[in-house]
Design a protein. Sequence first.
Lengths: 478, 101
Amino acid sequence: MDQLSQLHTGISILEMTYIIASILFIFGLKMLSHPLTARRGNAIAAIGMVLAIIATILFHHKDGKPIGNVGFILVAIGIGSVIGLIIAKRVKMTAMPQLVSFFNGMGGAAAALISMMEFPHVSPELIAKSGMANGHVLAILLGLMIGTVSWAGSMIAFGKLDGWIGDMRIKAMKYVNLTILTVLIGFIVYIMTRHVQASSELTPLIYIMFFIAVIYGVLFVMPIGGADMPVVISLLNSFTGVAAAMGGFLYNNQAMLTGGILVGSAGTILTILMCRAMNRSLLNVIVGVFGGGGQTNIAAAGSVKEISISDASILLSYSKKVVIVPGYGLAVAQAQHICHELDKLLEKKGVEVKYAIHPVAGRMPGHMNVLLAEADVPYEQLIESDEINPDLPNTDVLVVIGANDVVNPAAEDDPSSPIYGMPIIKARDAKNIIVMKRGMGKGYAAIENMLFFNNKTRMLFGDAKSTLQNLVNEIKSL
Amino acid sequence: MGNILGFFFLNREAIFIVILSIFLGIEVISHVPAILHTPLMSGANAIHGVVIIGAIIVMGHAETTGSMILGFLAVVLGTLNVVGGFVVTDRMLEMFKKKRQ
C-alpha cells in the first residue's frame, strides 16, 4: 500500500513536470520569435527539456516498473552532450545551416529507432482486441516512416550544404518519389491489415520499410537546389517534430506530444514564410526544378566593365553614401570581419555606410544578420531591403559583395525568369555599382544577372576576402 | 467504422492536444521577423529533441542486448539533438544580443 501511494506520488510529479515543460516550450517558442527576448526564450525551452528528462528518469513507470539501466542512460546522455557541445561550439557560423540540419537528423533517427524497438512489443491484448489496425501500431509506423525520412533527408541536406554532395536533377524524379511514397503508405496499410497473434511476426517488414524510407528521404532532397535548402531543412525540421509527437501518442506522453506537434506546426508555418520571402510556393520547391530559363539574351547585353582597386578605393573614399549588399560569397570567403574594417575606415572618412540585408541573404533567412553580428557590425547599420530601396537613388556607391540573385533585376523585368516577383534590393537605382565577384559564374538560381551589364556597374573580380583586404590597404594609403 | 470511432474514443485526449497544439504553433510563429527565421528554426529544432524522453523510456525498459544497444544509440542521438540544438541557437542569439543593449 505504501509502495503504491509512492508510485502515485511519482506519477503525479512526472505528469506535473510534463505540463510545466510543455508550458516552458510554448513560452520559449513565443519568446524566440521576438528579437529582444529570443535568447531567454531559448534558455527557457532548454530548462523545460532538462526538467522533462530528469523527471522521466526518476519517476517514469511502465507496468509498475521504474526506469532501469539508469547508469547506461546517464552515460549515453553524457556522450551525446559532450559530442553535441563540441560540435555546436566549434563549427563556424557560416556552417550554421548544415549544423541545424545535422542535429535535426539526429532527432529523426532517434524517433525511428524508438519505433523500431517498440514495434515487436505491441501488447498482445491490444492485438487480440482490435487486430493490428489500432492507433498504437499506426503511431509506431508513422514515427518510423517520418523519422527515417527526416534523418536520411537531413543527412543529404547536410552533405549538400557542406559541398560534398551535388545536385541530382532528373525529370522523372518526381514520379519515382511519388511511387516510393505510395509503396511506403502501402506498407503501412498492409501491416495494419494483417491478422497475427503478435506484432513481432511482422518485424522483418519493419526493416524493409526502414530501408525504403531511407531511399525516399535521399531522393526527396537530392533534386532540391542550393537556394531552396533552407526551406527543405525547415520542412524536415517540422517532420521530426511530427515524428516526436508520434512517440507522444505511443507512450501517452504529453510533453512529447505538445513539443512535437508545436514544432511540427510552427515548422510548417516557418517553411511557408520562407517560401513567401523567395516568392515561391512550397510545392514548387519540392517538385519543381529550380534554375535556368529566363529569356534574357546575353549576346545583346554587351560586355562587363571592370574597375581597378585604386579606382574603386577613390570612388568609395569620396562618396557621401555607400551601401554594401553582402551575400553568401562574403560569408564563404569569411570576409565579414575585413568588410567591417572597410566600413569603419570609410565612416572615419565621413562616408555614411549601411548594409542592405535581403531576407534570404546568405544560406538561410536571417543568416547574414548572424554573420555580420559575429563581425561586430552594429545592428543599426543593417537595413532590410524594403527599407533601404527608397534610399538607393541617393546612394553614391552600392557595393555588391558575393551576392547575385538578390540584386538581379530580372525579378522585376523578366516574367519568364524563375525568380520573377521575388522582392529584390534595387541595386540599379544607385548612382554607381561595384560588384565583387570571383568570376562571371551564375548565382544559385543559375540565371544571368543583367545588373552586371548595366552602364553604371563596374566589376571587381577576385576572392572577396583578398579583394576587400587590398581595398582597405589602398584606402589607408590614400 | 466502429474501429475508427473506437480509435477516436481511445485517443480523444491526445487528439484534443494535437489540434490545440497545431493552432498554438501557428499562432506563436506567425509574426516573426525574417531576421529571426534561422534562430527560430534552430530553437524549434532543439525542442523536438523532446523525442529523447521516448528514447529514455525505451532504454529504461530494454531487456535484450540488441535493444540495449539500439536504445543506447537512441539516447545518444536524442541528446545530440537537444544539446546541439540549444547551444547552437544560443550561439546565434548571443551575437544579436551583444549589439543590442
